[in-house]
Design a protein around this ligand. Structure first.
Ligand code: UTP
Length: 291
């Protein structure tokens, strides 16, 4: 079901990171193009944006990311080949990718951090609220995760961060919010801490890869200092913004896979394969033999 909303029309996909956790696979291809079964990771995020009523996709790319542009472009030769061989289903599948989407690209010359990548999108975003989707986090949800956030954004009229409750042993891998509950699943953020030690985490609500931001984030990011590794972090930009305006969080209802790490990626492949009638049975049989 399509959830139509016009309050958020643009989604920024930062995809200029180096993907070092997947080397050597990512030496010559972007990690966003690694497939979960037969669909590249970034396409899951783009389809989520479209299903949430967001029509303009802005991808922040860097060196060696041209495969992403080719993927969302019309593949004339491939289409002619499939058409000549009567492979109509596949033809529809690849046309769907290029037909539906209005994609723009902006370059981040150097990977200077997620906050810096978002800043690169400013000329294309302009003066309106927009979404940021980290394609690594693939979320299977109904309604889509972004649609859940847009609903909250319309209610609170401010920036919304997506959060998920995580186990205490995992919390130090995430940005974590301190928050007051507005109602179940919706929070007013009072602070954010990047990767706190387990015993210092202010809550079990971890920031995951979706944000709805207001255009004042750009000023906040410009005013944000580089961290020790020389990067401008989005969380630090949001902390800056928090001094001037309320920021909210929304707890996702759905299944999230962090495909940015190897185990998370493998779990996601199995999860999506299990949803496919042609693969679920044989894969289950195979996995049983793996003990
Ligand atoms: P990550 O740190 O998870 O991604 O950044 P990475 O750097 O690509 O991967 P590893 O850690 O080396 O394996 C989160 C998101 O922010 C983007 C990444 O592409 C990813 O989608 N990003 C990060 C940028 O676009 N630019 C940056 O400078 C940093």
């Amino acid at each position: 079901m399509l959830t139509m909303s016009f309050s958020v029309r643009k989604a920024v996909f930062p995809a200029a990171g180096l993907g070092t956790r997947f080397l050597p696979a990512t030496k010559a291809q972007p990690k966003e193009m690694l497939p979960l079964v037969d669909k590249p990771i970034i396409q899951y995020g783009v389809e989520e944006a479209l299903a949430s009523g967001v029509e303009n996709i802005i991808i922040v790319t860097g060196r060696g990311k041209s495969a992403i542009e080719d993927h969302f472009d019309v593949a004339f030769e491939l289409e002619a080949f499939l058409s000549a061989r009567g492979k109509t289903e596949l033809l529809e599948e690849i046309r769907k990718v290029s037909n539906l989407i209005n994609v723009s690209y902006v370059r981040q010359g150097e990977p200077l951090g997620l906050g810096h990548a978002v800043l690169m999108a400013e000329p294309l975003v302009g003066d309106e609220s927009f979404a940021v989707i980290l394609a690594d986090d693939v979320i299977d949800a109904t309604p889509p995760a972004l649609a859940q956030m847009i609903k909250v954004h319309e209610e609170v009229d401010g920036p919304v961060i997506l959060v998920e409750r995580v186990r205490p042993e995992d919390i130090s891998n995430y940005g974590v919010i301190a928050a007051e509950t507005i109602r179940p699943g919706v929070y007013k953020v009072t602070d954010m801490v990047e990767k706190p030690p387990r015993e210092q985490a202010p809550s079990d609500l971890a920031i995951i890869g979706r944000y709805i931001l207001t255009p004042d984030i750009f000023g906040a990011l410009r005013a944000t200092r580089e961290d020790r590794s020389g990067e401008i972090q989005l969380t630090n930009g949001l902390k800056h913004l928090l001094k001037d305006r309320p920021v909210y969080a929304c707890e996702v209802t759905g299944v999230r896979h962090d495909t940015g790490n190897k185990l998370g990626f493998l779990k996601a492949v199995v999860y999506f394969a299990m949803q496919r009638p042609d693969l679920a049975g044989p894969l289950r049989e195979y996995l049983k033999t793996m003990t």
